[in-house]
Ligand binder design. Structure first.
Ligand code: SF4
Ligand code: SF4
Length: 92
């Protein structure tokens, strides 16, 4: 199971208000490294592409949900710069 898979589902389905606040603090853009897709059956490793990109789930479109997701990946094109605005991580 990809790091943080369960945490993301709990946040996405039960803490959407927090996810939406965090989204306001998210900056940057996807560097298409594919790290967050490893282990997904729709991920085409050789090309680092998603086989269902145009219809990918909203939880994929909104990755990373929190700074924990970036920490899990090691690096990501996105970052969270203004945690005062978002209220920080729910786990803190
Ligand atoms: S880990 Fe970040 S940069 Fe890499 S594919 Fe996922 S969202 Fe894009
Ligand atoms: S974007 Fe596509 S390959 Fe990546 S996790 Fe979502 S469905 Fe899987």
């Amino acid at each position: 199971m990809k790091e943080g898979w369960l945490r993301r589902r709990i946040l996405w389905y039960l803490r959407r208000d927090h996810v939406n606040r965090m989204k306001q603090a998210r900056t940057g853009e996807c560097a298409r490294c594919g790290r967050c897709c490893h282990g997904c059956p729709a991920f085409k490793k050789s090309e680092k592409t998603c086989r269902v990109y145009s219809i990918r789930p909203n939880i994929c479109r909104n990755f990373p949900l929190t700074p924990d997701d970036i920490e899990d990946m090691g690096t990501c094109g996105f970052s969270f710069e203004d945690l005062a605005l978002s209220g920080g991580n729910p786990s803190e």
